[in-house]
Design a protein around this ligand. Structure first.
Ligand code: PEP
Length: 254
């Protein structure tokens, strides 16, 4: 059985004091979560405080992005080595907001995955189709294209060192969630796509669902055979809401 991972993607939200309060709130309830793995991904500037507050706890730290390059003259960027130094275990790579607003291509995403792995961290590779693509019957070709682009560039073996998040773009921040059956169909498709190259890696890779997951729908989604956790946006900004999803992850893990 794959251990569920519930990761909070705070996006560009919060203040220093708010971030600290949110971490403390998550820590207060984290002892009730025994089986699911829990992670928070605050904005870069809060990583230092988050690392200190999380020290000694089972809650993992993640970043929302990383530079493709090792270091040097890349104004405004943050290197993988820096994230590793600040205790990051996870790095979200290729989120649809980065693909859409910052022009991240599959090639860039592949480099981000590689640099993250090279620095001992675990990327969370985001894939997902837009509403228009789904309505035009292109869901499978879009997802296959995003997954294949990484397998072709980085090799299927890299999938033994990453997590995947299926995030239908139409469900992110919209309150419109994929049904458990819709999500399971895509998760199964992704796993089979990887199995086409390496069945053992496909069986082990965790595929999280992301897109308006909240306390009320988490258990149904997380009960699906190929849904191994959640990447949580909006609902990760309130400790109680996030912890309720973590507890749903715990319940399905048991
Ligand atoms: C996300 O952006 O990763 C996400 C899943 O957001 P939300 O939960 O708000 O839909």
């Amino acid at each position: 059985m794959r251990q569920p991972l519930i990761a909070g993607n705070w996006k560009m939200n919060g203040t220093r004091s708010g971030a600290e309060a949110l971490i403390k709130g998550v820590l207060e309830g984290a002892s009730l979560v025994g089986r699911a793995e829990v992670a928070v991904c605050p904005p870069f500037v809060f990583l230092d405080a988050a690392e200190r507050l999380l020290a000694g706890s089972p809650v993992r730290l993640g970043a929302q992005n990383v530079c493709t390059e090792e270091g040097g003259a890349y104004t405004g960027e943050v290197a993988a080595a820096m994230l590793a130094e600040f205790g990051c275990r996870y790095v979200i790579c290729g989120h649809s907001e980065r693909r859409e607003y910052y022009g991240e291509t599959d090639e860039i995403v592949a480099k981000k995955l590689a640099v993250t792995i090279a620095h001992g961290m675990t990327p969370i590779l985001c894939v997902g189709e837009t509403l228009q693509q789904r309505e035009q019957g292109e869901m499978e070709s879009v997802i296959a294209g995003q997954v294949d682009a990484i397998m072709d560039r980085n090799g299927v073996a890299s999938f033994a060192q990453l997590e995947i998040a299926y995030e239908p773009v139409w469900a992110i921040g919209t309150g419109r969630t994929a049904t458990p059956e819709q999500a399971q169909e895509v998760h199964d498709f992704i796993r089979r796509r990887i199995a086409g190259q390496d069945p053992a890696i496909a069986a082990k890779v965790r595929i999280l669902y992301g897109g308006s997951m909240k306390a009320g729908n988490a258990r149904d989604l997380l009960s699906q055979a190929d849904i191994d956790g959640g990447l949580i946006g909006g609902a990760s900004l309130a400790a109680d809401d996030f912890l309720a999803i973590c507890q749903a992850g715990d319940a399905v893990a048991g």
